[in-house]
Design a protein around this ligand. Structure first.
Ligand code: SF4
Length: 321
């Protein structure tokens, strides 16, 4: 059966150079800078948003941006403004995917961000992050870690995101990080309609978050684009879903007809989303956690760290949460 990645071969690595490395983003009320030191991702999630013009190469050939640390240092050294928004590591790849054990670009860039006192947050599904536990610990007031978890159901995970570790291992690592005082959050993203949007799927995630001392849990529903839709149809087949039926349900839930247009970027019906997120929120609160992403409040607050005079006037993420 056709898959979105090459099942029979391991991904290959290559290097490339980039012209710039920090890129501003605005998403609703949130602002920041993205830092992506790899292109492509070995985690091979079928629903991945980072693919855009998807080709199997995204999952099978991983490029390391070998000049990323030099670029970052230069960009920060020559930063024109006295302020900078927190940095998101990463938005279009996983900073701790297996290539990182070979190239260590994420580690090098984090050291540079710390040198300039830049707040950052790491999004990952990887276990390799535990290699940098001490690095993050020494900077714990100015960073936090966000793990993306879609399911604790192992057979489901193997189909949806075959290159990721089991959730049980991620929760063990979260526990370690939280025990060192490093702030941890879990992003249940994407919540996949009719596949992972039952409370049977969500309850174990929330309970494991509480046990791991995670403070913040939040989530959002799958968005559908042309490339994602092609892969989701493969996922339906893998899961032995009645493809015709589930495709019709998705057509209704996302209000589109086949064939999906290339310029579509679709959100799920509002009432469906609200009803589910209400249940998620209730569950998260019952377990004593916050349903929110605290760092993004800081980004939207309009205050930024004055990173040039770091010794005299160090602002931390905590200051503006
Ligand atoms: S970990 Fe993130 S970037 Fe990597 S394949 Fe999965 S969704 Fe895409």
């Amino acid at each position: 059966m056709e898959l979105w990645y090459n099942k029979n071969t391991a991904p290959t690595f290559d290097i490339k150079t980039s012209k710039s490395i920090l890129h501003p983003f605005t998403f609703g009320k949130h602002k920041g800078h993205t830092l992506n030191v790899y292109q492509g991702c070995q985690h091979r999630c079928g629903y991945c948003y980072a693919t855009y013009e998807w080709s199997p190469e995204f999952y099978d050939k991983i490029y390391a941006k070998s000049n990323a640390p030099e670029l970052l240092e230069n960009e920060l050294k020559n930063w024109r403004s006295g302020t900078i928004e927190p940095v998101m590591i990463s938005s279009a790849t996983d900073a701790y995917q297996p290539a990182e054990s070979k190239y260590e670009l994420t580690r090098k860039c984090i050291k540079i961000l710390q040198k300039y006192n830049i707040p950052y947050y790491v999004f990952t599904k990887s276990t390799l992050i535990s290699r940098d536990l001490e690095l993050h610990e020494q900077y714990k007031d100015n960073c936090f870690m966000v793990w993306s978890v879609t399911t604790c159901n192992e057979s489901l995970r193997r189909y949806l995101e075959p290159g990721t570790p089991p959730a049980s291992i991620m929760f063990k690592i979260m526990r370690k990080f939280a025990s060192k005082g490093i702030r941890c959050a879990v992003n249940i993203d994407p919540i996949i309609p009719l596949i992972t949007d039952s409370m049977e799927n969500i309850n174990p995630i929330v309970t494991n978050c509480r046990t791991a001392s995670v403070k913040n849990v939040f989530g959002s529903f799958l968005r559908i684009r042309f490339d994602i839709w092609q892969r989701m149809k493969m996922v339906f087949k893998l899961l032995n879903k009645d493809s015709d039926l589930i495709i019709k349900d998705y057509n209704k839930l996302y209000n589109f007809t086949e064939p999906i247009r290339h310029d579509h970027n679709l959100r799920i019906a509002k009432d469906y989303e609200i009803a589910f997120l209400h249940n998620l929120e209730k569950k998260v609160r019952e377990n004593g956690m916050v349903i929110d992403f605290p760092s993004l409040k800081g980004i939207s607050g309009g205050k930024s760290p004055k990173f040039k005079n770091v010794d005299k006037n160090q602002l931390t993420l905590t200051n503006y949460i």
